[in-house]
Design a protein around this ligand. Structure first.
Ligand code: SAH
Length: 213
């Protein structure tokens, strides 16, 4: 076994230990190299189960949290998915393995450009990344089968709830940015919305408006 194989095995083992059990999610996370989304001095820690700093003062999420959020979405190959908070692009890359089409938006143009470069390098062609304020939703492509928000909102944003198809699922961290937040799974029913608390998490805040870089 090469050191790379061993590193990958340990990576998947850590995901399982934290409750990522869905075989398709594990397969996607084994396949997509997280190292392609982490730059500079932190790149040698890409296979550890921890969040890491990226450009624009943001973070790439902890792999086990990426796994648990992806698992909660119960993705099917025909799904059209919206992600708010492209960041490094890693979460979008995982989604791209499990859904037909992924739209991902970030308020920082620089992050979108760098994520797009990583998608191109890995040959991931079913992701559309755009600089946009996700708190307003993404009306151009709505409605969506699944929505994932990877920044903490004080409440699930109304425009996003409105863009969820009936039967659709949204996963969103809810709470103040400087404290522990709750990861919420929202399911749209024929008559309204069901809310299920999943676990405590810590995300950077969802901020209204576009960033300056
Ligand atoms: N999913 C990312 C991690 C995201 S960190 C990954 O896999 O690496 C949260 C991201 O949300 C940051 O990049 C931040 O710029 C973005 N963000 C915050 N508020 C936003 C908003 N209103 N619209 C779009 N993106 C936003």
């Amino acid at each position: 076994m090469t050191p790379e194989d061993e590193q990958r095995m340990r990576f998947v083992f850590a995901l399982r230990q934290k409750g990522v059990m869905d075989a398709r999610v594990l397969e996607a996370m084994e396949k997509v190299d997280r190292g392609a989304f982490v730059k500079g001095i932190f790149s040698d820690r890409a296979y550890e189960d921890m969040p890491l700093p990226i450009a624009c003062g943001q973070t790439i999420s902890q792999p086990s949290v990426v796994g648990l959020m992806t698992q909660a979405l119960s993705l099917e190959p025909r799904h059209k998915v919206l992600e708010i908070g492209t960041g490094s692009g890693y979460q979008a890359a995982i989604l791209s393995q499990l859904a037909r089409r992924v739209y991902t938006v970030d308020r920082h143009k620089r992050l979108v450009t760098e994520a797009q470069d990583a998608f191109d390098a890995l040959g991931l062609s079913n992701i559309t990344a755009l600089a946009s304020d996700g708190t307003r939703g993404f009306p151009e492509q709505a409605p969506f089968d699944r929505i994932i928000v990877t920044a903490a909102a004080e409440d699930p944003p109304g425009p996003l709830l409105a863009e969820l198809k009936p039967g659709g699922i949204m996963v969103v961290p809810v709470g103040q940015s400087d404290t522990v937040q709750n990861l919420i799974k929202v399911t749209r029913t024929e008559t309204g919305f069901d809310y299920e608390e999943m676990r405590q998490v810590r995300f950077v805040p969802l901020v209204e408006g576009l960033g300056s870089d």
